[in-house]
Write a protein that binds this ligand. Sequence first.
Ligand code: BES
Ligand code: MN
Ligand code: MN
Length: 456
Amino acid sequence: MTSIKTFIDTNRDSILEELFELIRIPSISAKPENKPDMIKAAEFLRDSLKKAGADRADVFPTAGNPVVYAEKIISKKLPTVLVYGHYDVQPAEPFDLWNSPPFEPEVRDGRIWARGADDDKGQLFMHVKAFEFMTTTGTLPCNVKFMIEGEEEIGSVSLEKFCRDNKKMLEANVILISDTTMIAPDIPSITTGLRGLSYVQVELSGPGHDLHSGIYGGAVLNPCNVLCDMIASLRDKNGRIVIPGFYDDVLTVGRKERDAMALRPFDRDKYMKSIGVDDLGGEKGYTDLERTGIRPTLDINGIWGGFTGEGTKTIIPSKAGAKISMRLVPNQKAEKIAGLFRDHFLSIAPSGVKVKVEYLHGGEAYVSPPDTPEYQAAALAMEESFGKTPIPVRSGGSIPIVSTFEKVLGIKSILMGFGLESDAIHSPNENFPLFNFFKGIETIPLFYSHYTKLKS
Ligand code: BES
Ligand code: MN
Ligand code: MN
């Protein structure tokens, strides 16, 4: 019988070529002009899943981008694993920082370089190929369903309704997701927590048009200055967010779990070097890992106003604005936090400027505890393929739809990701090491067999 290693060795080139075809479709969900590419990518995955051995594979239209659904049911008595992934990607700008074009994947230094190479085309494609291996070798031990969306990077706007409308079709014992990272190629880990997100946009308007900053400067409130003051005042000198009620619902993590977290290997110098900074900073009283793992944050993602072209222009701008995201931890509610933000932000606005606050999207944090059959199965699978017991890790990133899956479908998710922090997802020169990609394909069938054993 063909082993997974033989399957990978014999099909290596065709597996990569098929993934590259998917990557070449610029399915950027944030851009309306890429709408046709969203449909192309969905149809491509439908065809791949069909070819891989699915009994059915369909593209479901939604109010936004289509969802790909596929399944192979071998017995009602066996457990069902629902694989989730996303075929949409982030915009690739700034293009000039890429060493090779973002949608022309190539292999250099043992890595695939392209937008989506890791997040999430590369990672979801490991599942397609692992599934193909199991169907063609007759080793699929349980039922499998696939749900692949095209709006993850813009807040999964249509997927909640899709889940509500198709509850029966989506029935499963567990949701399996590869859209997170592991510590290092030789240090496997499993993500046991994701942060939530509350994303807002603020806009300040002052004078009806830009003013001469000499004639008016000093007497008229400058929206850019006011915006800076207002945003700066949202945090105190210890890095704590001062929005009233912001921390009220935060589940504090006990000393025991914090001590366990501290055992995770973390090289601070290497970390700083990898991102090009000479120091780190954050909320007082917490370690670097705690700051991303168990504490909420408030970050400006973009800020604008006034003149930013070359040279100088002496004005008091008429408008200023910012996009602000707050990462949330378990128990905080995205909409409630957006409301607290709005109330506070409006309350600190001086007269002389008009302030608008808009809630863009959000989702709750997620915890996936280690004492579950799905965690055990993932741990056994990784132990077998990496030769090391994986470490549980609370990630700072967000996949907001995961908490919705629990709420709407009543199904827990297991986050068995194979990316690395150095994969530069969302950045220029996104990449995915071939080692991780093929290790993923190798590990996934092991998850299925361990999970099926543990559940029967
Ligand atoms: N795959 C990432 C999330 C991720 C990456 C989690 C690495 C943990 C480790 C996902 O595609 C993503 O980018 N999520 C967004 C949220 C979304 C609503 C825009 C995020 O975390 O910013
Ligand atoms: Mn992703
Ligand atoms: Mn992403």
